[in-house]
Ligand binder design. Structure first.
Ligand code: UYC
Length: 231
């Protein structure tokens, strides 16, 4: 077996977490590495999208090789997540921003989309009442969360934040610290002090403004979306 074959065998047996790391090693092997990842992505299209597939998709789309870009544009132009919505809301722009790792723009658009879910009054107000959040359809929250998660190597998304919050005994102060939304007594300043790439801590994005208190994020974490398997 050559080095690439050994890597591929390792990859096939690895957990999703280790697969994320091995993708980088496989890419380093050049053309044949890319070829393998392309096949892997193509043959996984009917599967539930994972951060591993999202990372491969991003690498192929942003490679210097025209063949891979063409492959993406011809075969899977819209991305690997089918953005389900009970309200016929269009999440394609959010998907494209996240594919392109435009996390700051995606963060802004996510809040716009949440207001769109809540309806006309919230769209005008530009922020949410916690009572509106509890009525959100599961499918739309699943979609937003999946998009963030799949295109961030599993780092971002409300479900990631919620898990940290649970692990801290539902203590918001502890959560802010873990997410680097707060440093000691100092709130992180929006937008310039937040970290808009994958060097951010786990769960750093998307942001929820705490100016009006914790009831909004509390309602988000209490939503049945996170304890229900399917929409
Ligand atoms: N901001 O500090 N935030 C804003 C965060 C707070 C404040 C937006 C997050 C603390 C003001 C977003 C944190 C606070 C505005 C976030 C944070 C504060 C603003 C834009 C760490 C002062 C302008 C979207 C928890 C001590 C308000 C939006 C306005 C905006 C996010 C101040 C996404 C995660 C308590 C004055 N902050 N925010 O909602 O109306 O306006 O323009 O959380």
């Amino acid at each position: 077996m050559n080095e690439l074959e050994t890597l591929i065998e390792k990859f096939n047996q690895a957990s999703n977490k280790n697969k994320l790391k091995l993708v980088d090693d496989i890419i380093e092997k050049g053309e044949e590495g890319f070829q393998f990842l392309r096949e892997f992505l193509f043959s996984s299209q009917q599967d539930v999208p994972t951060p591993v597939l999202g990372k491969i998709y991003q690498l192929l789309k942003h490679s210097n090789n025209q063949d891979y870009q063409n492959f993406i544009n011809d075969k899977i132009p819209q991305g690997i997540v089918k953005p389900e919505s009970s309200l016929n809301i269009d999440y394609s722009e959010l998907q494209q921003l996240l594919i392109d790792k435009e996390y700051q723009k995606a963060d802004v658009l996510t809040r716009v989309k949440l207001c769109e879910i809540a309806g006309e009054k919230a769209q005008q107000r530009k922020w949410l009442y916690f009572t509106e959040i509890s009525k959100f359809p599961i499918s739309d929250l699943h979609t937003i969360d999946l998009l963030w998660n799949v295109y961030s190597e599993g780092k971002f998304g409300y479900s990631v934040q919620r898990k940290i919050w649970l692990s801290q005994g539902k203590d918001f102060i502890e959560l802010w610290t873990k997410l680097k939304w707060k440093n000691g007594n100092r709130w992180t300043k929006y937008p310039q002090e937040f970290i808009w790439d994958l060097s951010a801590p786990l769960g750093h994005l998307p942001l929820s403004n705490q100016l009006r208190g914790v009831r909004e994020i509390d309602a988000l974490f209490a939503h049945p979306a996170w304890t229900t398997e399917n929409a």
